[in-house]
Ligand binder design. Sequence first.
Ligand SMILES: CN1c2c(nc(N)[nH]c2=O)NC[C@@H]1CNc1ccc(C(=O)N[C@@H](CCC(=O)N[C@@H](CCC(=O)N[C@@H](CCC(=O)O)C(=O)O)C(=O)O)C(=O)O)cc1
Ligand SMILES: N[C@@H](CCS)C(=O)O
Length: 707
Amino acid sequence: MALYFALARGTEGCTALDMSKHLDSNYHSLVPELELDFTPEPDFSLLIDRVEAGQKLLGKEAAVPLVVGPLTLVLLARLAPGLSPSAALHRILPAYSCTSPASAPTPATAPWTSSRPHTATWLPRAAPSTWSSRTATSRQPYWERQLACLWRHSAWTSWASGGGDANRTAELVAELAKAGGWPAGLRLGAGIVDGRAVWKDDADTLLALLAGAVLPGHQAHQRPEQRLPAAPALGRRGGALVEDPNHATHAASGEPGAAPRAAMSRGLTAELRAKSGVCGAEGEADRGGHASRSRVSALACALSMARRGGVAAIPADCFRRSEAFAVRRSKQPQFRAFPTSTIGSFPQTAEVRRARAQLTKGLLTLEQYQARMDALITHAIGVQEGLDIDVLVHGEAERTDMVEYFGEQLEGLTAFTANAWVQSYGSRYVRPHHCVDVACAPMTVREWRSSQTPACTGRFVKGMLTGPVTILNWSFPRKDVSRRVQAMQLALACARRWTRCRIVQVDEPALREGLPLKNERWQSYLTWAVDAFRLSTAVARPDVQIVTHLCYSNFEDILQAVDDMDADVLTIENSRSGDEMVRALSNAGYCKDLGPGVYDVHSPVVPPVEWFVDKIASFVATCEQFKDCPDRLWVNPDCGLKTRAWSEVIPALRNMVQAAQIMRERHAKQQPVAGSGAATPTGVRRSALASAAAPLAAAAEGPPQAS
Ligand SMILES: CN1c2c(nc(N)[nH]c2=O)NC[C@@H]1CNc1ccc(C(=O)N[C@@H](CCC(=O)N[C@@H](CCC(=O)N[C@@H](CCC(=O)O)C(=O)O)C(=O)O)C(=O)O)cc1
Ligand SMILES: N[C@@H](CCS)C(=O)O
């Protein structure tokens, strides 16, 4: 257990495994590292114990073993330099029980060219013989892309069944038809309930469509979820159930509206359909940090046109800053070399949560609650001033969650329930809201009181917003209005949240995870997603610095889109991935200001000053452009600090600020900025971890809390 925690959270002198959102979900998983000469030693005993325990409880057919398949594992892993995917696959295959060695995919026939994983369910060699043969030979490709792909390669398989994702049934049907129907002798198990939505699916129509797509004589077998419509699909888009609200907790709470999936009846969907289109409350845009009056009127005009004619009517001008980066940069706040900042949130302490709980229970009045929040904000500002951080944040104390909070502020976004939690990683959960109707209601004055430059500091305080694409991707959007339209509605709402801030951060950590799994759909998604971000920010005056934040996804895939967002400063999570994104941005010629994360916010480890110095030095070494303009290289943590304790945050930030100061002095003396080697490269992780696990194990008094 100690080793697992060391891998997940890092330990003194050794960074944790990279963490990445799983495909197109908000669920984070750790990225395994495969070394050049690895020889897997399979140990499935934990899995086997758990499945057998489940089978005793639920029956043999209900507790099904799920194992990540070798192709998926290899394609999602980080491979050591020189290790090809096919070599890794051949090394890993013996750990799995293939139906026969000859039937295993070979590099020549396997669909390597796809960037997505392929098969998910294999039976480990060590599995008990009592596990059914049906289970043993079931392959479950989640993704519509692979369904067609896989049966083209069916020569090397002997499936009893293939699992598919029928959430995009029309496309699936078209693919099946194009491929000549479902192959004879194979059963098709199709997920017919969208496991990542709260709306009730029309399972009958989906089944009828599917039945029409299979060859005569074949049968589309219904999966259990069809008999139990309130349960999520097994062969569904997200694969695991982590993206479903926790219905059990929800129902147990006895809240009105329990059993949400049942409550989201077709009647409601029809009602929603009738409501489609842009609508929203009237209201004057706040002119504070907005561009010129004419641009504000353009936005007002866009809003009213959008209400009448939909988002297509928004003028192109509303998607562009009024001046190009090269021109506006000099008008924005200027800072010393290696300026320091943070990403937004500070510890959500027991005190913060207690105040919220007391407000909910009526034990605090709104005024008393707000006074507590103000005190917390003042404390956060004071800490940052004391640490000599250049650009401050208010600390987000008033936000349960960066999306849930905005869900509460925006009319039309309905908080789902008090208890329908969705797992984000480890033991951390979020409560996504429904996008019901996204109106353009002005945000309350209260919110901006906390994020405008508070009177208690003379320093810049970043205004902190969650961007439209992230709000959309971390909610349960309507299914009867396109995601593009909903993103634009949200963007229009965000665009009106401007104040007198000279620096505004619009977080878009979920931009990448909305990327469709099929590469051919990427461009269309990226076009509207980037447009939505730009629509939400383009209204800023040229002298307002727009910052954005991206984290825990492979943004290397979408560098052009990142550049097209046209943010003045990009802050990115970086420290677990060995500066991959920094290198990628540098190679791509990214030329705007950059804040690569210098330390891992999910680790309790407080890195020493030299470690930070090395990190910053490595950025300068990688990105030539910062050698001459280090005022454009921001020094900040990977992400928000809400899961940390102040006792970790303060020393870590103190070291970070001190390292920035050392770098400034070196730069002033024009000394070389090479590091001392204190920062651990990911390659040497294994041996460092082995020794790390021992003291951790000794010290552990109980399972550490996920953070
Ligand atoms: C930045 N990230 C985010 C993602 N997704 C989001 N939607 N939001 C994000 O910020 N994805 C990527 C990353 C990393 N993700 C996360 C996700 C979640 C957390 C986190 O710390 N979650 C907390 C949520 C706690 C919370 O909201 N608590 C409420 C009170 C809840 C409540 O009702 N409690 C009951 C019972 C309490 C008890 O029995 O103990 C009560 O008070 O009565 C609150 O604060 O008001 C978590 O704990 O999981 C972090 C990063
Ligand atoms: N401003 C947010 C961004 C998280 S991705 C935070 O600091 O928590």
